[in-house]
Design a protein around this ligand. Sequence first.
Ligand code: UN1
Length: 512
Amino acid sequence: DQFGIQESLKRLGIKTENLGASTGSDWIDSGEGSISSISPADAVLIGKVQVTDRETYEEVIARAQVAFESWRKVPAPQRGEIVREIGNALREKKADLGKLVSYEMGKSYQEGLGEVQEMIDICDFAVGLSRQLYGLTMHSERPGHRMYEQWHALGIVGIISAFNFPVAVWSWNSALAWVCGDVCVWKPSEKAPLSAIACQLIAGEVFSKHGMPEGICSLVNGDYRVGEMMSQDVRIPLVSATGSTRMGKIVAQTVGARLGKSLLELGGNNAIIITENADMDMAIRGALFGAVGTAGQRCTSTRRLIIHEKVYEEVKSRLASAYSKLVIGNPLDEKNHVGPLIDKDAVKMYLDALEQVKLAGGKAVVEGALLEGQGFESGCYVKPAIYEAENHYEIVQHETFAPILYLIKYETLEEAIAIQNAVPQGLSSAIMTLNMREAEAFLSVAGSDCGIANVNIGTSGAEIGGAFGGEKETGGGRESGSDAWKAYMRRQTNTINYSSTLPLAQGIKFDI
Ligand code: UN1
């Protein structure tokens, strides 16, 4: 155990066999078959997690409903105090949790730590927010009347998260939802259930230390069938789902059919435009991290480079040389830049994409391949690849969750922006330029159509302070910073008459 994984698992409370449902500090035995969590790093079984059956699910939701009755009445700054302590507990466990995330999901240890840091940051953000859940006041058209709006807690928030950010996405949702007075039920990805169990143990302990009832912070485990129970459940007013566009469409339709709210953060097809006025060192660094970081498994990963014809050859050769220096291997070993894909299904999708881009006419700049031999026994390690392609290729229009980068040439900025926007997804985008006219045109209403648009920064690595999410097939939801909290509350408009008459609005007379 070269990386001290067993020690970390022990400190986090992860066992070989784990119960899968919890309402805080209580864990419920469903007796149902279990999910095996196998590390993509070395194909070792890390542990098993029970699946949540219908009966257990009902128990969890019933407790959540009861907990909401009291939690919503706890003053928001006191709720914030509990979230502050969860942030502190995460600080203490940062190294162990970061290691588990890295080992279970395959991102580098540095990125695992970075993910836990995002959780700590959103807790801090939520603590401040707990004193800033502001509504507006309005001037009434009627004399002796006052109008204002207030924000009330919604109820149970269902959180469905993906494997690639197995813990941070939960915290963006839950830290905000808790200060807003909501209770949370989390279904993590069945590809990273142990990281979720570690988080539940950390948060559950803080709630119970404060004498809070069970049901504020709940966990359920399983595949899409458990997600379906949540989407169909009228007792869950908001379902926040992160994952593929395919999954998001099903969740949105199911939740929409009962007129519930959904908050969706789905696929991206993120591009960086590199203009002739780019700082080339920055452009190469930004593109490299964006394309190969997390082995191309971020929603915000850079999938397309749209490059001005004058600098095209330079970008191509510099990237090829940078790729030749990438060290691929065990994510826990800090000398490696790139870890494995999540599983063999992901490898198959990567290999299929390579086939398709070549069939469509794409030319390899750095040829992709499945890596074999010592250190790659898990069968999940692939070579980051670069292909010259055209934007209209079907495979380029599609998000492949793997380190495949497509190079596309342009002549005018207008054309570059049109290419950037000509995909079904709309999450993140960037332009590399030192020219202010180019930068502002890219950020203007006629520029990028994405939820995130950056200048001289790549497409990934957003800070928690901004609203995170995107347009079109990305689903339209916004999580994390800015005023994303409003999605977790219901707005109530209040008009108060302190006069002794009852004038009607719009000047209507109704005398009796
Ligand atoms: C995701 O891939 O689902 O902006 C989230 C980033 C990270 C979050 C990515 N802060 O790359």
